[in-house]
Structures are given as C-alpha cells and as structure tokens.
Design a protein around this ligand. Structure first.
Ligand SMILES: Nc1ncnc2c1ncn2[C@@H]1O[C@H](COP(=O)(O)OP(=O)(O)O)[C@@H](O)[C@H]1O
Ligand SMILES: [Mg+2]
Length: 231
C-alpha cells in the first residue's frame, strides 16, 4: 500500500501541494482528479521521487520512502507513465521499451511477453520509430515501457489526454485488467471524468494544491465530483 501523508511541495517559493494525503491499495485504481494546475502532476512527482517534498511523509509497502531518490523507488516497484508520454521520437519502439529497463539487472532486461499480449500493435511495430506512431500508439508504448520493470505501483498522468476515443477505450480495458490481477496499485491522474470514474475504486479531488473531496467512488455523488473538474 502507498500512503502519502500531508505532503507539501514547492517550486522555489511557489507552493504546489498544501498538505496532500492519499492512499492507494493493491488491486485498486485510485483516481486523482482536478483541473489544470491544481497539483496532480506534482503529486505524482512526489510519489515517484522526481521532486522532493518539503514536509510530510510517503510510505510504500510499509517502508518510509520519503527521502529515497527516484531510482530507489523504481527498484521498489514504482513505475510512471508521464504526462505527454515522453516517447523518444528518433528511437525505435524496441529502443523506447529498453529505456524502461533502467533499474533492472542485465539478465532481466527483456520485455515480458505479456506486454505484447496487452499491446499487440507494439509487437508489429518494434522497428518503427517512436515519432512515427500515432498518439494512441505512443500512449500504449509509454504504458508498456512502464510495465517492463513489472511494477507493483503504477502511476499514470492523464493517459487519455489528446487520444482518440477507440484507443481511450483500449487503455481503460488494460488498466482494468492490470487492476484485476490484484497485485498492482494504480494511481490514475485524469481530467476526463467519465473515463476515470468508470475505473475508479477511490477518488481524490484536488483543487489549488489541496484535497477537496475524497472517498470510495461508489459512495460519491458524480455531479459533485464533476463540479470540481468542469471548466
Ligand atoms: N517545474 C515547475 N516549476 C515551477 N512551477 C511549476 C512547475 N511545475 C508545475 N508548476 C506549478 O505548480 C502548480 C501545479 O502544477 P501541476 O502539478 O503540473 O498541476 P496539474 O498537473 O494538476 O495540471 C501550477 O501552478 C504550476 O504552474
Ligand atoms: Mg499535470
């Protein structure tokens, strides 16, 4: 289980998280919703170790990881699918997948076959350049790249952003499959309400760096949640 307690995060003098708490459990999708600029990506950076928090605590599988650098968190099974996908356009699909190996021992540096079961399109495009893929294919590649370390915590930052509806549906199916295996905690940041609410076990809504609503998705009033993310 992931436990973020009272996290504060600053960029210089500007505060982005004002004491945010969040829990994410294996076998569940924990959704973080909120408009642009409320701190969603900052929260994911705090979890993955891309940006230090100035106070608060982050615990993963019973261990305090607050001070651990990003690669040490990756070693503990934390993987990320960044906002905007960050695919290397000049590298092939195969090479892009290999950039996910980072923390793995050389002998473990192999893309698990099941990744190509999840994303058959990638198996056919291994030698194509990342930049030649459609936005939806790049998003699938970004998820696949995160999965090569067989993570136990997967964080995804707006995976539906700028993606066509048919692929959004595929991505939803894959997130649900990963959830249903039961051994992975998933933190899903979204602005696309219907997509997120369908998948969510629990929902946390951020506004201006603060949690304004949080609970079990089934018990929440959709319209209330929606009111925080409608533009
Ligand atoms: N690298 C950065 N340097 C300075 N300010 C930043 C940086 N990244 C984000 N911010 C600011 O922090 C706040 C939260 O941003 P972010 O976490 O990216 O929000 P969201 O992902 O919800 O859109 C915003 O006001 C944003 O402008
Ligand atoms: Mg963001």
């Amino acid at each position: 289980m992931l436990r973020v307690e009272n996290a504060q995060l600053y960029y210089g003098a500007a505060i982005a998280l004002r004491g945010v708490s969040l829990e994410a459990r294996e076998g569940q999708v924990t959704c973080v919703l909120g408009r642009n600029g409320v701190g969603k990506t900052s929260l994911l950076r705090a979890i993955t170790g891309m940006h230090a928090i100035s106070s608060g605590r982050i615990e993963w599988e019973g261990e305090d990881i607050t001070k651990l650098p990003a690669y040490e968190r990756a070693r503990r099974g934390i993987a990320t699918v960044p906002q905007g996908r960050d695919i290397f356009p000049l590298l092939t699909v195969r090479e892009n997948l290999a950039t996910g190996f980072g923390i793995l021992e050389r002998r473990d540096r192999k893309v698990p076959d099941e990744i190509f079961d999840l994303f058959p399109v990638l198996a056919q495009m291994l030698d194509r350049r990342g930049g030649d893929l459609s936005g939806g294919q790049q998003q699938q590649l970004a998820i696949a790249r995160a999965l090569v370390i067989r993570p136990r915590l997967l964080v995804l930052d707006e995976p539906t952003e700028g993606i066509q509806p048919s692929i959004i549906k595929d991505i939803g199916t894959i997130i649900a499959m990963l959830r249903d295996r039961g051994d992975m905690a998933i933190v899903l940041v979204e602005q696309y309400f219907d997509f997120a609410f369908d998948l969510a076990d629990t929902v946390t809504v951020l506004d201006r760096g603060k949690v304004v609503l949080s609970g079990v998705a089934q018990d929440m009033v959709a319209e209330e949640v929606r009111s925080y993310i409608a533009i």
